[in-house]
Design a protein around this ligand. Sequence first.
Ligand code: BGC
Length: 745
Amino acid sequence: MSNAVAATIQPSAVEKRVADLLGRMTLAEKLGQMNQVSAEGPGAVEALRKAVCEGRIGSVINQVDPSFVNELQRIAVEDSRLGIPLLIGRDVIHGFRTVMPIPLGQAATWNPDVVHAGARVAALEAAAAGVNWTFAPMLDISRDPRWGRIAESLGEDPFLTSRLGTAMVAGFQGADLSVPGCIAACVKHFAGYGASESGRDYATTNIPENELRNVYLPPFRAALDAGAATVMASFSDLNGVPATANRFLMRDILREEWGFGGFVVSDWDSIRQLAVHGLTASDRDSAFEAVLAGVDMDMAGGVYAAQLSALIEDGRVPMEVIDAAVASILRVKFRLGLFDRSYAELQRYPSPSEDDKRRVAHEAARQGIVLLKNDRGLLPLSPEKTRSIAVIGPLADDPYEQLGTWIFDGDPALSVTGLQGIRDLVGNEIEVHHVRALETSRSRSTKSFDGAVQAARASDVVLLFLGEESILSGEAHSRADIGLPGAQAELVRRVHEADKPVVAIIMAGRPLVLTEVIDDLDAVLFAWHPGTMGGTALADLLFGVESPSGKLPVTFPRAVGQIPIYYNQKHGGKPPSPDTAILIDDIPVRAPQTSIGNTSCHLDAGYRPLFPFGHGLSYTTFGYSNLRLSSPQLRSGEALAVSVEITNTGRIAADEVAQLYVRDLVGNVTRPVRELKGFQRVRLAPGEKTTVTFRLDSGDLAFYGRDNTLMTEPGDFQLWVGGSSEAELRAAFRLVRAGTGGTSP
Ligand code: BGC
């Protein structure tokens, strides 16, 4: 494993210090390192101080008062026998005080630099509160928008998730974890959590090994290769063995195959839950299963603390297992430089100014908001020609709800709402009629709708701020019906009757099914939960200060029944096409049963999503032409240069995200219809043309075959470049073995 971060602090010196410390530890002190606690309830804080002093705790979760954290560190370092500092863990998922868009919204930027900058700001703010370990990034491939945790993910695609996930790790950890202001990342949830049945959180997952390796594991591998310090085991049950007890995942793959040298933490109380799953009959057996599977630290469960010593005494758990777990925890503490610098010393941190932090949050929101639809070029609005606007909806002016899930430390007082952003931009030039219309996104009362319709009638254009409140997505907040909640669809219908152009600005933690309302909306900006600077970014896009450039990191279904629907699906033996897809109204009455000529689609929804992966409109148009490959053949071990010309054919300067997809036509196992293999964000002035070149290595075409080993297989490939997963500009090439010169594979 290439581990740049560890390399900078001389691993051998670290190993010596780890071995020395380990040699001096009692069993109780070792088990202390494997114990993470959260101080909750009466007397907990006092108990925490005592336990830290006695060396019974290796990590504390959810303490962010820097003076208390420093006090705990002082007790650990000065009063405990061996002076081992604490890991202070916190969910810093998309910002700390300054809130970036939710991870799914950041993924829509398709911009690793933006993701990196957001994580850097978050790390600096969190480190100043004494946090030295975040439980992010979440790298679960998410193909089910019903699952509330899709909000925390980077979407449905392994390549995009790998690229952005490694950028986030680098943002949190910096180039050297021991530098002040760098915090350890924790990639989670290992593994397969996103495949929870029917999108219900914590539900079972069944993922064949081949799919696990080709789809769910690559982002973890990429982030660990980039130096991510720790891993969190998933709550979920994978093929009958909960991840927390899954030796195949944590021993065979993570340690043996990938050579991971950091540590694995359980999820919250997930060791005890092994008995709830029905895998074990007691806490003792749960501790046994988890520790042998390779979970090094027990998060907030107390099961290791209570059970491991008896398991060692009984000889069921060998001492080497404990030593290995403790060594990997200590290794991370050394990498963080905690033994030399245990305290949150604010004066030592490079502290970006408030303006800089807001600039990062602003740019992330601006690049991640996706223009789904823009009939007759309604957007951008002209600040000169627009005299009045109606700003309607429960999410137009709600500083808290635009922040999204997992913002324990986020400060709503910093938020710029949509209404505020518009007022800041247009001042008094445009008359603004603001009507909330619905108290919350879930409200069902339509009693304020008349006022909303009146405001619409009195305005040139309507801006409808719709979507989901923060609490409708995130952990344990899955939905079965992912349309607009409450009476929002009715609000759209009523406002549409006012016969004014309607722009919807939708804030949500997941893709929504918008089929019911889409025809009544002239333009739609999908803003996810855009964070602190959401309103400023939205105002920029609405009034054309900047063109939208976000692209969907996940497919938007037409109907819930299509789920799972994702772009990189398999072809199947009867793939659908516009000519073969049968819709319910096309079937003659009393048609005799036949499947001849029929293909894989739903009678009532067809086979296409409402908006495909990679989709996102702009205020300009881009032409793709002249797709060229450096050679029609790619030799194993070599690379192809794939270049394309992109021209801004409109009248506005804008960013475009060019996307490269390939298809392996014949495989040892069936291969996806398309797979993302490259993307680049470019900015073009009106009329400007540029050549974008992607490098495609033969290794990028590797996949896990029938025997679940990684292979590159000679054969024919197709390739597309364009502005979405439905790109049409196409070329072909052949992958040949090294040393083959001919045309046959
Ligand atoms: C979540 C994790 C999170 C942990 C600590 C769990 O419930 O699944 O993602 O990091 O809590 O808050």
